[in-house]
Design a protein around this ligand. Structure first.
Ligand code: 4AD
Ligand code: MG
Length: 440
C-alpha cells in the first residue's frame, strides 16, 4: 500500500518515531500489531512500524461491533492501517497515544512463533527473519546502521576514496587455513579474507583509499567472536608508518563511538548498555608493546607461550585492566601475516598493531605498516609457501614507486558487539553465517 492509494481525504501518513510533530492532529499509521489488551468496550492495540511502538486506544462505539471484534481477535504481527488522533500522554510508552477512529486490516496473522516467553538461541536463529522484528534486535540493527554511517563519514570527510576490493581472488591474504575455496571456470579461487592487498594498490594510486565490504573466513570453531562472513572496513594510507596508523586507528575509533553515542543513545538504552563505558572511549589509548603485554599477562596469571599469538583469554584479561581500548603493537613476526613489515631494530617483531576493546571484548582492529621492500617481500612469500605467480601484481607495487605505507581493518560486527555490550557476535549481523549456520 502506498501513500497514493490512501483515500484522498485520509489523514497524513506519519511514522511512530516522528509522531510528535502531529500532536493534536489526525494521522494514518501503517504497521504490525505488537500487542493487544481489550475489554468488552475498549481495546489497547500496540502498533509497531519499524521506527517505534505506539499504544492505540479503540472504542467499540467508535469502530462498530464488527470491526471492534475483528481488531480484538487479531494475532501478533497482523498488518494494519490505523487512523486516529495523536495525543500526548506522559504515561504512554513513547509519550504519545493514538485515539483510533478507523482500522483497516491488511492481514490477520495467526500463531506468530515468537512470543514474550523465553526462546532458545537455536529457535530464535532459525526464525531470524522474524526475530529481526523484536525490540532488542531492532536496537542492535540500528546501532549497526549508525556504525556504518560513522565509518563512512570518517573516511569520506578526510579525503579517503572508496575503492572496492574484489570478492573472488586467487590470493590468500590472511593465511591459508581459513580460505573458502570455490571453482572459478575450472580453476580454484577463494572468497576474499581481506581487501587489503588491493587497497595497497589503491593507496599507491590515490594516496588514501578504503574498502568496506564482506569478507570470508572458514573459521572452523564456533566462538562468540567469529563469523564466517563478516564486514570489514579497511583504510590504506601511502607515506605512513606504524605511528601514523596507530594515530589514525585511535582517532577513527573515538569518532565512531562518539557518533553512535550521539545518534543512537535510545537504542543503547534499549539494550541496557552502560553508556559511561562508551563515554570513556577518549584519546589517548594506551600503547603497549607485545613484550610488555606478555609481562603483564604473566603477572595476571594468564601467561603467553614464548612468541605465541594472544588467544581470547589473554585479550580478555588484558583489556579488563583498562577503561578504554588499548593498542598492542610489535607482535612476533612468526605469528603474523607475510605482508607485515619487520621492525628494523628487531626482526623478530613486526610493525603491526591490534586495537583491543575494553570490558573483555578484545581485538576489533588489526593492521600496521606493510613490508615495502621487494626483496624482503619475495623472501616472505616463499617462506609462507604462497604461490608467487599470483602475487606478481602485488610485487609490482614494490617495483614501481614503493613507499612506506600501512593501514588497518576493523571488523564491523566486532565493533557493534562491543558498542552494544552484547555477548555474541552473531546478533550483530542480519543473517549470521557460522560453522553451524547457513540458514535462513
Ligand atoms: O586482524 P585481521 O585478520 O587483519 C586483516 O585482515 C588485515 N588484512 C586488515 C588490514 O590491515 N587491512 O582482521 C581484521 C579485523 C579483526 O581485527 C576483527 O575485527 C575482524 O577483522 N575479524 C573478524 N570478525 C568476525 N569474524 C571473524 N572470523 C573475523 N576475523 C577477523
Ligand atoms: Mg588480527
Amino acid at each position: 500500500m502506498t501513500q497514493q492509494r490512501l483515500p484522498a481525504d485520509a489523514p497524513p501518513l506519519a511514522t511512530i518515531a516522528g509522531i510528535g510533530d502531529f500532536e493534536g492532529q489526525q494521522v494514518t499509521l501503517r504497521g504490525w500489531l505488537f500487542n493487544l489488551r481489550s475489554s468488552g468496550k475498549l481495546a489497547f492495540p500496540q502498533l509497531r512500524d519499524g521506527t517505534g511502538i505506539i499504544q492505540g486506544v479503540a472504542m467499540r462505539k467508535d469502530l462498530g461491533d464488527e470491526l471492534f471484534e475483528a481488531l480484538t481477535h487479531l494475532g501478533q504481527e497482523s498488518s494494519l492501517v490505523l487512523t486516529g488522533l495523536v495525543s500526548a500522554d506522559a504515561r504512554a510508552p513513547g509519550g504519545y497515544e493514538l485515539k483510533i477512529s478507523s482500522v483497516q486490516i491488511l492481514q490477520c496473522a495467526e500463531g506468530y512463533p515468537i512470543g514474550p516467553k523465553e526462546h532458545g538461541t537455536d529457535f530464535l536463529h532459525n526464525h531470524r527473519h522474524l526475530w529481526l522484528r523484536s525490540r532488542r534486535q531492532q536496537a542492535i540493527m540500528r546501532i549497526r546502521h549508525l556504525s556504518v554511517q560513522a565509518i563512512r563519514n570518517y573516511f569520506d570527510s578526510r579525503g579517503y576514496m572508496l575503492m572496492d576490493s574484489p570478492i573472488f581472488t586467487p590470493n590468500a591474504c590472511e593465511g591459508t587455513s581459513t580460505l573458502f575455496e570455490t571453482e572459478y571456470f575450472g580453476k580454484p579461487a577463494y572468497l576474499t579474507q581481506s581487501g587489503q592487498l588491493y587497497q595497497e594498490a589503491g593507496a599507491l594510486a590515490f594516496g588514501k583509499t578504503y574498502c568496506f565490504g564482506p569478507t570470508f573466513r572458514a573459521e572452523k570453531s564456533g566462538t562468540r567472536r567469529h563469523l564466517t562472513e563478516f564486514w570489514m572496513v579497511e583504510p590504506e594510507i601511502a607515506f605512513a608508518d606504524l605511528e601514523d596508523i596507530m594515530d589514525t586507528a585511535e582517532d577513527f575509533m573515538v569518532e565512531c563511538v562518539q557518533y553512535v553515542l550521539e545518534h543512537g543513545r535510545q537504542h543503547l538504552v534499549e539494550l541496557e548498555r552502560d553508556i559511561s563505558k562508551l563515554e570513556a572511549v577518549q584519546k589517548p589509548f594506551p600503547r603497549i608493546s607485545y613484550d610488555e603485554a606478555c609481562r603483564m599477562l604473566a603477572e595476571l596469571g594468564e601467561p603467553v607461550e614464548p612468541d605465541d599469538d594472544f588467544g581470547s583469554p589473554h585479550e580478555t584479561v588484558l583489556t579488563q585492566q583498562f577503561d578504554r581500548p588499548i593498542m598492542v603493537y610489535g607482535y612476533p613476526t612468526a605469528v603474523k601475516a607475510f605482508y607485515m613489515k619487520e621492525n628494523p631494530e628487531n626482526p623478530a617483531r613486526v610493525l603491526g598493531v591490534d586495537v583491543l576493546a575494553p570490558e573483555g571484548y578484545g581485538e576489533v582492529i588489526g593492521g600496521g605498516q606493510r613490508e615495502d621492500s621487494l626483496d624482503v617481500l619475495l623472501h616472505k612469500i616463499q617462506e609462507h609457501k604462497l604461490p608467487q605467480e599470483y602475487f606478481e601484481w602485488f610485487l609490482d607495487l614494490r617495483r614501481y614507486g614503493t613507499v612506506p605505507h600501512g593501514g588497518f581493518g576493523m571488523g564491523l560486527e566486532r565493533f557493534v558487539t562491543w558498542v552494544c555490550g552484547i555477548h555474541h557476535i552473531r546478533e550483530t549481523i542480519p543473517f549470521p553465517r557460522t560453522i553451524s549456520r547457513l540458514t535462513p
